[in-house]
Design a protein around this ligand. Sequence first.
Ligand SMILES: NC(=O)c1ccc[n+]([C@@H]2O[C@H](COP(=O)([O-])OP(=O)(O)OC[C@H]3O[C@@H](n4cnc5c(N)ncnc54)[C@H](O)[C@@H]3O)[C@@H](O)[C@H]2O)c1
Length: 666
Amino acid sequence: MTLQEFQADIRAGIPSVLPAPKPLDESVSHAPRRKSILSHDEKVLAVQNALRYFPREQHEELAREFAEELAQYGRIYMYRLRPSYAMYARPIEEYPARCRQAAAIMLMINNNLDNAVAQHPHELITYGGNGAVFQNWAQYRLTMKYLSEMSDEQTLVLYSGHPLGLFPSHKDAPRVVVTNGMMIPNYSKPDDWERFNALGVTQYGQMTAGSFMYIGPQGIVHGTTITVLNAARKSGKKRSLFVTAGLGGMSGAQPKAGNIAGVVSVTAEINPSAAEKRHSQGWVDELHYSLDELMLRIREAQHNEEVVSLAFVGNVVDLWERLAEEEIEVDLGSDQTSLHNPWAGGYYPVGVSFEEANSLMASDPERFRELVQESLRRQIRAINRLADRGMYFFDYGNAFLLEASRAGADVMEGDKFRYPSYVQDIMGPMFFDYGFGPFRWVCTSGKAEDLAKSDEIALAVLRKLRETAPQEICGQLDDNIHWIEQAGANNLVVGSKARILYADSEGRIEIARALNDAIARGEISAPIVLGRDHHDVSGTDSPYRETSNIYDGSQFTADMATHNVIGDAMRGATWVSLHNGGGVGWGEVINGGFGLVIDGTDDARRRLEKMLLWDVNNGIARRSWARNEGAIFAIEREMERTPTLRVTLPNVADRDMIEKIINYSI
Ligand SMILES: NC(=O)c1ccc[n+]([C@@H]2O[C@H](COP(=O)([O-])OP(=O)(O)OC[C@H]3O[C@@H](n4cnc5c(N)ncnc54)[C@H](O)[C@@H]3O)[C@@H](O)[C@H]2O)c1
């Protein structure tokens, strides 16, 4: 297809003459069949809802097709409307648009639907099994058409993928405002998602899927690297030994991150094809099928102080039990099996083969459940033995400790888990409370040399900030300097030319200013999109993950994420998004994000300064009000730098004094 044909297709939106139906393309991965949950009347309503995008004369033909899709897949994707042009982040000038901001958004949308990037591209799912960009292809087409027509005095409103329309606004307003899955709170149970998504009135946007900010596996490799680096520091050893499980979607980042962090890592993976896939991609160095051989190899790697990633193709329980027997000193331990989904393939019990387990979970779910729980008890027993010998173990946000406790494993100390989560111990107090979070940028030229130049600029900024940084944030800066020094060589770019690093408010603003200046000087050839994922200081209210180190009770509120989006919108964001649901589940989290296009102008500079300051310090102020020490330090420092910032600081009352008074009065 020529560029002109591509542009004409975008401008056409939903074509007036229906394209021929498309057979299912077996060359890409498809979303699992969704639960059939609708009543007869609701099925009628779902088809009626879908037909709203089409003229009456097409209704009969399409009603038949949509009813069939609903019966077969549990959703109406409107496969027939999937465009036939290649879907990827094209250079910005290829998009037909009246304003560059809109063209940049189109690029980001196309990236999220790229076959090389998205998990189930034809069902418009970017990652996480259900993280949707749009609910159906009509929404995609109509949105792209609106974006191609909009001026910089209009705002496009998206309700869970549905383009409500273009509304008059002004230059400083966001070009797009996105909400995903925002429900009346009482209608936010998992089955509500199934029902209302099947009806076509809401979707699960995950974090960066429905906010057009996904950058492939780089984000997860970076986050895991930071976590492993800091966990390794706790051991105080030059070469820590890190033992974990899972070589799947996100968990597959562990060995790669282990290498960047400079440890010996051992990752168990029960599914041979998952292990082989990661090995062939170069994400894990060696596969081992025998525990005897693996033990020898671990000792050798420790003795030679190697940096190497080893995988055990087998059950993680066998690995832990053997390590406990061998008396090998493990420094760090974690687990990234999918225990958020324990009964349907997220966790494989020990003692049965992978194939047997797959059939048992359907043929005898009760027995399968017992086996999973017995495995978890055994896994914790072995982990406890190693922890007693000095291993630092942490939960990786996968509900491992929660499910182990439900299985009756010895993992509680009073009413608390014996081990911390990675946010409670590492991400929260060391990063989020100081404002460090997943800042990212995308070079809209699509040119590798622009990305390389931007890496250089970011590295220079971080090194300069490091010279005068207070001791409290030197470690965080060092980790990210280490990361960005290696980022190009680690070859992590899949899809758009994107980079991620963790920076605080000052770092993000300084890097963004320097990038804007480089665009103005022509050293970077096209605008840059700034953004972040929602796993951040201010973006996400999620009591068992991002805000799990908030202890004043407010971890169950969602004011921070809501305010964040409103505040970003009024300070110049190009688009903003507010979502119910992210990594931990529908109803369990509210998260928000933004995209900001910088093009080298003074206008862009004004926006980035105002918006990024708010985007980070909103969360620090909230964390400081929750009495988190790092956040109190960080917000006081920001108030010195920014005289117009005035934050309410907490007076910290003595807990013992209150306890005595309460005990006395009771
Ligand atoms: N990496 C992160 O930053 C992060 C953050 C938060 C949560 N998580 C959580 O981590 C979990 C993993 O995510 P994912 O995308 O990799 O899921 P996934 O399902 O793709 O991968 C999990 C892997 O674990 C393997 N496995 C299951 N049981 C096993 C066993 N007993 N022994 C050995 N291997 C076993 C599976 O075969 C699978 O390949 C999820 O629950 C996710 O929510 C990860």
